[in-house]
Design a protein around this ligand. Structure first.
Ligand code: NDP
Length: 452
């Protein structure tokens, strides 16, 4: 038996990597983890966490405005201090970096700071020092993708959005996915004049069509200038910031241009080729159902390997790998009914199939849909509306799609996702007593299917 320095060596200290390292160490494995930047990866440093903090910040603008309808007289117009928010966010992220470091330390993981490269199927080199391991796990995440476009040096990606200086009074967002919609909503709330360009007829490809139309309308009502079926063709530096030329020749001036046009796996400079690790057609590490790459001792989880780029998915995949290698044994992760939220204003929450996908997969479906002004907005003066939709397989009565646009949609849909994974039927939804008065109760009180 060859001897190794470690049982498991992880490359990448983001969500998936840290979870795998910690859990493996808790099972008694000797674990090393290499990270060249701050611990926590995209989620903690330039993704989920700072984004949600900024989304809360944007929400206060709405609350201040609405409070007048409830009798609050603010002494003066609220002022937003961008520099203060950035400092507070940076402090919290630094605290979280520290939490990750102590979690690793307390579990007995050896943290190696530096850029790691695979030398072969059992060897990793970090700053000239070699570490050997029985198993290697690549969890290096992803990075923003920017298409080839003249003047791309004048744009920023989501990585830079948290520390922009000064605050962009005019923000142009290119893209119609999660990141584009979230930043458009957030900066609109914080006071920027936001224009969002998307090349398709609707935002959020892959989401339910009714939801897509509804959220674009609500974002528009909130102040985002959503322009559809349009592409940016070039960017130039004007006297007052970047100037974006659109396909129809029109030009838009901005202080900041954000390209949120997707993310690609981080596979460069890792020695993957040297080690013989195969990539798939998207340039991600190709893995089997057990997250094993073409080299049997090398595994990959999270954004560097899968199609579902979500932190909780990376965590779940990491747990499957650890269980297989050091725990109770092999098990498969079920990717069906993964709930997700988009922190637009209002929020989106969704679980399961869109109406179109449900028809294709389950045959005949019944659709229940509701759109209303929430109780909060009867006095707030805001015209924001809430949307809810259920898609039910007719043959089994199972709820296979649940979609919402409205306040706290992510919080609401998380609970319904448990019921949906358990195979809850529409009859079960109907027999569940609602919580009154909430928006969520609408999901258990929709009785009349849409015609057709
Ligand atoms: P998405 O894949 O969600 O969206 C990319 C957007 O860019 C799409 O609208 C796409 O258009 C558009 N696009 C792609 N290429 C071009 C191009 N060449 N020119 C113009 N537009 C283009 O990626 P994101 O970067 O927004 O986010 C990446 C992933 O990260 C998400 O898919 C999600 O899984 C995850 N994420 C999750 C969050 C959450 O859970 N709340 C938050 C943020 C990210 P088209 O529709 O035509 O393809």
């Amino acid at each position: 038996m060859p001897t190794f320095d470690f049982d498991l060596f992880v490359i990448g200290g983001g969500s998936g990597g840290v979870r795998a390292a910690r859990m493996a160490a808790q099972q008694g494995a000797r674990v090393g983890l290499a990270e060249a930047a701050e611990l926590g990866g995209t989620c903690v440093n330039v993704g989920c966490i700072p984004k949600k903090l900024y989304s809360y910040a944007a929400g206060y603008a709405e609350s201040f405005e609405e409070s007048a309808g409830y009798g609050w007289k603010l002494p003066e117009a609220p002022q937003f201090d961008w520099a203060y928010l950035k400092t507070q966010r940076a402090k919290e992220i630094t605290r979280l970096n520290g939490v990750y470091a102590s979690l690793l330390k307390n579990s007995g993981v050896t943290l190696v700071t530096g850029w790691a490269q695979l030398a072969d199927g059992h060897t990793v080199e970090v700053d000239g020092k070699r570490h050997t391991a029985r198993h290697l796990l690549v969890a290096t995440g992803g990075t923003p993708f920017v298409p080839e476009i003249p003047g791309r040096e004048h744009i920023v990606t989501s990585d830079a959005m948290f520390d922009l200086s000064p605050f962009p009074k005019r923000l142009l967002v290119v893209g119609g996915g999660y990141i584009a919609c979230e930043f458009a909503s957030i900066f609109n709330g914080l006071g920027a004049k936001v224009t969002q360009l998307h090349r398709r007829a609707h935002l959020l490809t892959g989401f339910d069509d009714d939801l897509r139309q509804f959220v674009a309308h609500e974002m528009g009502k909130a102040g985002v200038d959503v322009r559809l079926n349009i592409e940016a063709t070039s960017i130039a530096r004007g006297p007052n910031g970047p100037v974006v030329t659109l396909a129809r020749g029109q030009q838009i001036d901005a202080d900041t241009v954000l390209f949120a046009t997707g993310r690609v796996p981080n596979t460069q400079g890792l020695g993957l080729e040297a080690a013989g690790v195969a990539l798939d057609e998207r340039g991600a590490i190709a893995v089997d159902a057990n997250y094993r790459s073409s080299v049997p001792s090398i595994y990959a989880v999270g954004d560097v390997s899968t199609r579902v780029q979500l932190t909780p998915v990376a965590l779940a995949e990491a747990m499957v790998v650890v269980d297989a290698l050091f725990g109770q044994g092999k098990r498969a992760l079920d990717y069906e009914f993964i709930p997700t939220a988009v922190f637009t204003h209002p929020n989106i929450g969704t679980c399961g199939y869109t109406e179109i996908d449900a028809r294709a997969r389950f045959g005949e479906v019944a659709v229940f849909s509701s759109e209303f002004k929430s109780l909060r907005h009867t006095l707030s003066g805001r015209g924001e509306r809430t949307f809810m939709k259920l898609v039910v397989q007719k043959a089994t009565d199972r709820v296979v799609g649940l979609h919402m646009v409205g306040a706290d949609a992510g919080e609401i849909v998380q609970g319904f996702a448990v019921a949906m994974r358990a195979g809850a039927t529409k009859a079960l939804f109907d027999s569940t007593v609602g919580i009154h008065p909430t928006a969520a109760e609408e999901f258990v009180t929709m009785r009349e299917p849409m015609p057709g």
